[in-house]
Ligand binder design. Structure first.
Ligand code: NAD
Ligand code: TYD
Length: 353
């Protein structure tokens, strides 16, 4: 991007979005960053307290499904680039309420695409729409191998089906209206400010409170974990140097069976909390499996490494240490986000499992 571009980041109050906003606001003081977020249960302005008064940052509370509100943002700010992260993001919630995922991830994305196309109707020169997606659109690996950019889409959960649909719409707008876009599909992220309904922060919080650690099924499902700040760095790289119309897979070369990961976390927490070795692991409880649980995700990230020179910057051991340290230093954040409606979600979701 040349000059002093204005970039609209959607979902910037969420887990990954807040890291992307922080990175862009601090690394590019010459850019203007507009964060549009509906502040659902997963969105939290506390995530951005350190940069909320930065002169190049502004926040707009709006729903991406609200065409008028989104058009207003484009009218009030001369937006040059969009980085779209706003989404419903939790697979378990998509199983109980698929339509919420269709609404935000499909209808919301198309609403945003329409507003972008309308605002840029004078010409696409210097413009870029970046859609942030997930490796879950490729489905579930059973016999080895890795997801590459050409792997056919085969989404297996309502969440991944809704993300797959949004990816198709972005590519369709590129093809039909020549909207300049880039797209990335990333593996599971971990790090600070992660809402504790997801595996790693949920386990850290439960270990902290000596509560059962609910491992779905036999704990044999495999995920490929990437430190969230490395994902934010990849988004920065792709946004600035990715080729128009291209897709990039992002991953950490870091596959873990859930049960091994939970044991690793228990060991770190024992050490940090001064507990006897093996103490936290006694909390592990096998519970009823997730319906349609994808067995394994694993990303081949060689395209972004080869073409754009991005690589994960830290090891998993280092990233997990930093992550656990952050949660233990920010128990107030954890307590805030786990009060109120979270309690009800947790009680309902884990009841009788
Ligand atoms: P998150 O649930 O933590 O945050 C989502 C954010 O979007 C929240 O701030 C929420 O308030 C906002 N939002 C939700 N609905 C909205 C709406 N209708 N209008 C405006 N804002 C709305 O999610 P995350 O984990 O940070 O994921 C961000 C993006 O990255 C998503 O598109 C997700 O599919 C993708 N992704 C996530 C992961 C992961 O491991 N978390 C991995 C790959 C890709
Ligand atoms: P999650 O963090 O929800 O990410 P995703 O489903 O998008 O990969 O879950 C990661 C893995 O951990 C997944 O295989 C489901 C499993 N899991 C549990 O075993 N127990 C839990 O309480 C949660 C939330 C997830």
């Amino acid at each position: 991007m040349k000059g002093t571009p204005t970039i609209l980041i959607t979902g910037g109050a969420g887990f990954i979005g807040s890291h992307v906003v922080r990175r862009f606001v601090t690394k590019y003081p010459q850019y203007r960053i507009v964060n549009l977020d509906a502040l659902t249960y997963a969105g939290n302005l506390e995530n951005l307290r350190d940069i909320q008064n930065a002169p190049n940052y502004s926040f707009v509370k709006a729903d991406i499904c609200d065409a008028e509100a989104v058009a207003k943002v484009f009218r009030e700010h001369a937006i040059d680039g969009v980085i779209h992260l706003a989404a419903e993001s939790h697979v378990d919630r998509s199983i109980t309420d698929p339509l919420a995922f269709v609404r935000t991830n499909v209808f919301g994305t198309v609403t945003l695409l329409n507003a972008t196309k309308e605002a840029w109707k004078g010409g696409f020169e210097g413009k870029r729409f970046y859609h942030v997606s997930t490796d879950e659109v490729y489905g579930s690996l059973h016999d080895g191998g890795f997801f590459i950019e050409e792997t056919p889409y085969d989404p297996q959960s309502p969440y991944s089906a809704s993300k797959a649909s949004s990816d198709h719409f972005v590519r369709a707008y590129g093809n039909t209206y020549k909207l300049p876009f880039v797209l990335s599909n990333c593996s599971n992220n971990y790090g600070s400010h992660h809402f504790p309904e997801k595996l790693i922060p949920l386990m850290i919080n439960n270990i902290r409170h000596n509560r059962p650690l609910p491992v779905y099924g036999k704990g044999e499902n495999v995920r490929d974990w990437l430190w969230v700040e490395d994902h934010a760095a990849a988004i920065d790289t792709i946004f600035h140097t990715g080729k128009n119309g291209e897709t990039y897979n992002i991953g950490g070369h870091n596959e873990w069976k859930n049960i091994d990961l939970v044991h690793l976390l228990c060991g770190i927490m024992d050490r940090k909390l001064g507990r006897a070795e093996g103490e936290s692991a006694k909390l592990i409880t096998y519970v009823t499996d997730r319906a349609g649980h994808d067995l394994r995700y694993a990303i081949d990230a060689s395209k972004i490494e080869r073409e754009l020179g991005w690589r994960p910057s830290i090891t998993f051991e280092e990233g997990l240490e930093r992550t656990v340290d952050w949660y233990l230093a920010n128990t107030e954040w954890l307590d805030h986000v786990t009060s109120g409606t979270y309690q009800q979600y947790y009680a309902e979701h884990y009841a009788g499992r």
